[in-house]
Design a protein around this ligand. Structure first.
Ligand code: ATP
Length: 444
């Protein structure tokens, strides 16, 4: 257990040290389960989101994007079932005041109401249902009628816009709507750094289909999404699919499979793939009074489409990329910390160094940096020993380092160092951009 938690602790410390992720409002002592992304973290997160967007919206002509508001009409959450069903069973310890989700407590301890934290027997309360939605008020008056919610999932913004998108984009079933955005859940037991937070981002795609095609299309997306994580550079052996048993299905689902990753704390969900049937659109049709049926102009039939949903967490994917990429590699005389991030999501694609601060090397290296900046995010560094500069980039996950040295002055070549193999090759200064492009694209 100590070893397990220490991996996360090391990632937390690296994230803070190198500017990936900080505790929110840290100077005020922090706020629980909220995190801020620093200069490197914001790039990593953007790259993950962009890769998802590309694979959904750019690579599928029948999937379009959407960016819906976080605040929605309160009826949305009545229709979706969130007001009644988006709850977790909450249990308190009367002795030490700790709080638990009922399903997190060992069944043996639950039987004798023994607190998992302080060990007192008979100290646990009965479970009570706790709604995870954050409530706020719209407008200046705090009264029942002005109560609204921060969305707990992005999906509903897609469902309520399904007709708008259909009417304005000339899509025909099957088609999908993709969205990336913030969601908020007042989790009872957040934790494990950015694994479970109260404010997070989701990448969701809702695919509208004919009811009779649900099984075949569900399987297609399940395979497609698993492959996406592999292409993101995540170790294949650490990914698995986990089917939900019938009694574990959410109120809206006919079938659900989670894509799971083997985190230091065990296999945990990264993404859910759900067959939501016609549940959501039927409910919105009922509650809004608007006809949400699809008209098939070939068969002349009207019906409510089924929806296959792929619902992934951005922050959880970022955490997975960091954990999966992290290595403390033993070298002959010391150890280096390296993030083997896939080049396409690494914050900096390259770093540029003059070997020493003389003989025009800094000027040449600056010029190279300026050229590369038109294509990639790169980092210029001239301070400290070259070995230390390489190590700093290894830890930031920068896949390539370009160094200007004395040979550059005579033959216009530079070295390009590979983060993972630490091997260096000499290439002509004019070919750096094309060489980087080939190496970034060619890497798994
Ligand atoms: P869990 O069982 O872990 O609470 P869930 O089954 O409630 O997750 P979904 O509602 O299916 O999750 O949400 C889809 C995805 O959104 C999850 O797979 C996860 O990646 C992400 N997600 C959900 N809740 C959180 C959270 N509190 N913090 C970070 N990411 C989250």
């Amino acid at each position: 257990m100590a070893k397990e938690s220490s991996v996360i602790d090391k990632i937390v410390s690296l994230c803070k040290r190198r500017g990936f992720i900080y505790q929110s409002s840290e100077i005020y002592g922090g706020i629980n389960a909220c995190y801020d992304y620093g200069p490197l973290g914001v790039e990593l997160k953007r790259n993950v989101k962009e890769y998802w967007w590309r694979s959904m919206v750019y690579e599928n002509s029948n999937i379009v994007g959407l960016d819906a508001a976080i605040l929605m009409h309160p009826k949305v959450w009545e229709a979706s079932g969130h007001i009644n069903s988006f709850t977790d069973p909450l249990i308190d310890c009367k002795q030490c005041k700790a709080r638990f989700r009922e399903d997190d407590i060992d069944p043996e301890k639950l039987k004798i109401k023994q607190c998992p934290q302080c060990g007192t027997k008979g100290s646990l309360t009965e479970a009570r249902q706790f709604n995870l939605m954050f409530k706020t008020n719209m407008g200046p008056v705090e009264e029942k009628s002005s109560e609204i919610y921060l969305r707990p999932e992005t999906a509903q913004g897609i469902y309520v816009n399904y007709k708008n998108v259909l009417d304005s984009s000339r899509q025909k079933i099957p088609f999908g709507i993709a969205q990336i955005g913030k969601a908020f859940r007042n989790e009872i037991t957040p934790g494990n750094f950015i694994f479970r937070t109260r404010e997070f981002e989701q990448m969701e795609m809702q695919y509208f289909i004919r009811p009779e095609q649900d099984e075949e299309i569900f399987d297609k997306w399940k395979d497609n999404r698993l492959e996406w994580y592999r292409n993101l550079g995540i170790t294949s052996d650490k990914l698995r699919l986990q089917e939900h048993a019938e009694d574990e299905l959410a109120h809206y689902a006919k079938r659900a499979i989670d894509i799971e990753y083997e985190f230091p704390m065990g296999y945990k969900e990264l993404e859910g793939i759900h067959n939501r049937t016609d549940f959501d659109l039927s409910r919105h049709q009922e509650f809004s009074g608007k006809d949400l049926r699809y008209f098939d102009d070939q068969t002349r039939q009207r019906f409510i489409p089924y929806i296959i949903e792929t619902s992934a967490g951005v922050d959880r994917t970022v955490l997975t990329c960091l954990i999966d990429a992290y290595e403390e590699e033993k070298l002959e005389n010391d150890t280096r910390t390296v993030l083997h991030l896939d080049a396409k999501i690494a914050p900096f694609k390259a770093a540029v160094f003059p070997l020493v601060k003389k003989d025009n090397m800094p000027e040449i290296a600056r010029n190279i940096t300026n050229d590369l900046m038109k294509e990639f995010l790169v980092f210029y560094d001239q301070s400290g020993a070259i070995g230390r500069r390489y190590r700093r980039q290894d830890e930031a996950g920068t896949p390539f380092c370009i160094t200007v040295d004395s040979q550059t002055l005579t033959d216009q070549t530079v070295t390009i160092r590979d983060r993972d193999t630490m091997e260096q090759d000499r290439i002509n200064m004019d070919n750096i951009i094309s060489e980087l492009k080939t190496r970034i694209e060619g890497r798994d």
